[in-house]
Write a protein that binds this ligand. Structure first.
Ligand SMILES: Cc1ncc(COP(=O)(O)O)c(C=O)c1O
Length: 412
């Protein structure tokens, strides 16, 4: 696409430069196209965390002093922000975790306490990140249950019909599904999977790690049972994430992390648990992280109109242009892009492509992207991934394509 057209389009719809200026890290020269791994943080988020550290730092709930009360108010205030952001019935459904992985581990671990038995089935999809694969693998192996995989259709979409056949067997208890694949980059119709699973009495956990920054999250509309995501992939800090669960299910669930702050009463030989969400938040919480995440959600809600369309337009443009390069294979349909594109270059290892790009100031991901089973199904060992955010520009897409061409020439 000619760059004059590109800049006109950007000016008409949305100005990435305006967003970019809010991110101190871009005082450095970098085309940050590794947003699916982690996004950068705007000044607003950094300030809120700094303010918490400078003025309000204390442990929550257990302190009677005023700083303790302020820290507790900040933490619980962030929980309310999250609850509103995802459409939860109440803040009590919002569990702060260190990230998506831990959230999924909490749920998978609780299966060992009555949720599933020998011969039962847990279904995940072939698109899953290791974070939504390995916990279910371990849980099913431990319990004598079976891990079943929703296969891919030729274009990479999930095979709903095959899943429905599986449900008809009557042994499916749990389904864990990614909303947006971190490799293929399109939105799965999770609502359809939730409806089918619920029709067969199964519970559904949605991995929203790659959706959270780009797709409006409304847990009631989605009609899932659990949803997990990470703050650091949505302009918040690392080390904080959310597990949302339906109140009635959380109330039945056993805790995973045991210790301080998650108990009701402890005797020498017995213990009772606190009510959710505290039952699942053993130990000192990441209050600063929660404050940062709440602020990041506020920042996301205030993004100018066109920001999300800009992100997916960048990903589509990158996919289309790269697909036109001889010897480049795009993973997934070129036009269905939430925010990222993964690709392979014939005869050039993904790490070599990434290194050439890094030499040009462009940061991308390269490797198996924590989705080895998926890559194997796609017939590749590794891939390069460019992932976008509202602060990225069409000029960066053009530089990416130029860089890939340069890598091809270098390794030809
Ligand atoms: C789809 C998906 N699920 C889970 C994860 C794990 O997230 P975290 O490492 O923040 O726990 C990621 C991270 O890349 C992801 O992309």
């Amino acid at each position: 696409m000619p760059s004059e057209f590109t800049s006109q389009k950007e000016t008409a719809l949305f100005q990435p430069e305006h967003v970019r200026r809010q991110f101190p890290i871009f005082e450095r020269e970098v085309a940050w196209l590794d947003n699916a791994a982690t996004t950068q943080r705007p000044e607003r988020v950094l300030r809120a965390m700094d303010e918490f550290n400078r003025r309000h730092n204390a442990n929550t709930r257990r302190s009677v002093h005023r700083l303790g009360a302020e820290a507790t108010a900040a933490y619980e205030g962030a929980r309310e922000v999250v609850a509103r952001f995802i459409g939860a019935e109440s803040p009590a459904e919002v569990i702060f975790t260190p990230g998506t992985t831990v959230g999924i581990n909490i749920v998978a671990n609780s299966l060992a306490h009555g949720g599933i038995g020998p011969g039962d089935e847990v279904w995940i999809s072939a698109q899953e990140h290791h974070g939504n694969w390995v916990p279910w693998l371990k849980a099913t192996q431990t319990l004598g249950a079976h891990l079943r995989i929703i296969p891919l259709l030729p274009d990479g979409h999930l095979d709903l019909a095959r899943f429905q056949e599986g449900l008809a067997g009557g042994r499916v208890r749990w389904v864990a599904l990614t909303w947006v694949s971190n490799v293929l980059g399109f939105e799965n119709d999770v609502r359809a999977f939730c409806a089918a699973a619920h029709g067969a009495g199964a519970r559904v956990l949605v991995d929203a790690a790659q959706a959270a920054a780009h797709v409006p999250m409304d847990v009631r509309e989605l009609d899932c049972d659990f949803l997990a995501f990470s703050g650091h992939k949505m302009y918040g800090p690392m080390g904080i994430g959310v597990l949302w669960g339906r109140a009635e299910l959380l109330a039945q669930m056993e805790p995973f992390i045991l210790g301080g702050e998650m108990i009701g009463r402890v005797e020498e030989q017995a213990a009772t648990w606190a009510e959710p969400p505290y039952r699942f938040e053993g130990g000192t919480p990441n209050v600063m992280g929660a404050v940062g995440l709440g602020e990041a959600m506020g920042w996301l809600e205030n993004l100018p109109a066109g920001a999300h369309e800009h992100v997916s337009a960048l990903a589509r443009e990158a996919a289309q242009t790269l697909a036109e390069l001889p010897g480049v294979r795009i993973l997934g349909p070129a036009m269905e892009r939430v925010s990222l594109v993964s690709f392979c270059v014939d005869g050039v290892h993904a790490h070599d492509v990434a290194q050439v790009l890094d030499g040009r100031g462009i940061a991308v991901r390269a490797g198996h992207m924590c989705a080895q089973p998926l890559l194997r199904r796609l017939g590749v060992e590794s891939a390069v991934r460019a992932s976008f955010a509202p602060y990225n520009t069409m000029d960066e897409v053009n530089a990416l394509v130029e860089g890939v061409r340069a890598a091809q020439e270098l390794f030809a």
